[in-house]
Design a protein around this ligand. Structure first.
Ligand code: PLP
Length: 409
């Protein structure tokens, strides 16, 4: 019997907000033979990727590359700068902020989870004034770190990190600033040094267009200083040996060589002046995001993020009307049209789905994904105000690609 739940041809549409599709160019780079990680060739590769990733974080300070998923880099950030029982101020933007808060508890820290009540905080970015108020009240400086998620992947809200920095400075508080930019880096503008971030955390499987498996801590001199007195146990995650070995392009243990080949290629692609460098990357993501939002508006559905200034360039959360199970809609789109969409997580499970528009993407791949969504929504009985596909086509057709993004002749 012929069934439609098996798609033997064409590419699967991996339209979740990470892992994102891996470009052929990166897959080819990763297929090279694995080399001796203590040999001379490796040192050159190590220095190349460390230099490239520092440019992407926009930092002149050390960046640590771990053979681990983003969760490992969260733990590394906390355990390198904090001691058992330290108070940390964390901000609830959504599911990933909640998981990081849970990790802080498990590590023996005292996290305070600040945010707006109920679901409201899951529809907006960080409210920096709440952080400033809380820090002003902490006159004894018990709070050792402020932890925020730059791009909350569970909701599609991007927070203003400059405003958080200003809030800490306005309160004249010495807390370190730790920022999770796991899904923000290489999609949304991010400036580790200029924004005064002490530890930036990221991962490979989002804007960097790599498979999952490497993650990062970008450091500030203040964070390195704090790490010298921090007492949480750490060995694998410790920065000191890593910083030392990285000077020659090596790791204290076996790094994931083939993913580093991919990272070198990804840095070349993202930084290529002919494609506008990082400015081009950010402009492309803004454009795709607005195209997708045009579709959601034309459908007459609500965008999960209710604060336009915080709209994410990486993903869009689509809320579904009461009585519609968003996961059933996603399942139908997956089975019928070979397209994976992000599930609702935590407090919004079943209420929304997420469309990823990041990395190795273009207008037409997004149009196809939106067509899959529109067909799936209609087949699921969702009453649509109009055609989102038409809305997105109108947007893409009437907005020229910025000059910086045009391919070199
Ligand atoms: N933080 C954010 C914002 C994320 O999007 C994710 C994963 O999607 C994580 C943390 C956890 O990273 P990982 O799943 O790579 O361990």
């Amino acid at each position: 019997m012929l069934t439609l739940d098996f798609h033997p041809t064409g590419r699967h549409f991996l339209q979740i907000p990470g892992p994102s599709p891996v470009p052929d160019r990166i897959l080819r780079a990763m297929s090279l033979p694995t080399i001796d990680h203590r040999g001379p060739e490796f040192g050159a590769l190590g220095l190349r990727v460390l230099g490239g990733i520092a440019q992407i974080f926009q930092t002149h300070h050390p960046v640590i590359i771990y053979p681990a998923s983003g969760t490992g880099a969260w733990e590394a950030a906390l355990s390198n700068v904090l001691s058992p029982g330290d108070s940390v101020l964390m901000y609830e933007t959504g599911h990933f902020a909640s998981l990081w808060n849970k990790m802080a508890l498990r590590l023996g820290l005292k996290p305070e989870f600040l945010g707006l009540p109920g679901i409201e905080g899951w529809r907006r970015g960080v409210q920096a004034d709440l952080i400033e108020r809380r820090l002003r009240a902490d006159s004894g400086h018990a709070i050792k770190a402020v932890c925020v998620v730059h791009n909350e992947t569970s909701t599609g809200a991007t927070s203003n990190i400059v405003a958080v920095r200003r809030a800490i400075d306005a309160a004249r508080h010495p807390a370190l600033l730790l920022v999770d930019t796991i899904s923000g880096l290489a999609c949304a503008d991010y400036r580790h040094d200029e924004w005064g971030v002490d530890v930036s955390i990221s991962g490979s499987q989002k804007g960097l267009m790599l498979p999952p498996g490497i993650s990062f801590n970008a450091l500030s001199p203040k964070a390195i200083e704090a790490s010298k007195g921090a007492k949480l146990p750490k060995a694998f995650w410790a920065w000191d040996e890593m910083i030392d070995m990285n000077k020659g392009g090596y790791w204290p243990y076996t790094p994931n060589t083939n993913l580093l080949y991919g990272l070198a290629e990804a840095c070349d692609m993202l930084l290529a002046p002919a494609h506008g460098g990082l400015e081009g990357v950010f402009a492309r993501h803004q454009r795709w995001a607005e195209g997708v939002r045009s579709a959601v508006r034309a459908w007459g559905l609500e965008i999960q993020c209710s604060e336009p200034a915080a709209y994410s360039p990486v993903l869009t959360g689509v809320m579904l009307p009461e009585g519609i199970d968003a996961d059933a809609v996603r399942k139908l789109i997956y089975e019928r049209f070979d397209c994976s969409l992000g599930t609702g997580l935590g407090k919004v499970k079943g209420r929304m789905f997420r469309i990823g528009h990041l990395g190795d993407c273009n207008d037409l791949t997004l149009m196809a994904a939106l067509a899959g969504c529109e067909m799936g929504l209609k087949l699921s009985g969702v009453k649509l105000a109009g055609s989102g596909v038409q809305g997105a086509m109108d947007f893409f057709a009437s907005h020229l690609v910025p000059v910086a993004m045009k391919r070199a002749a």
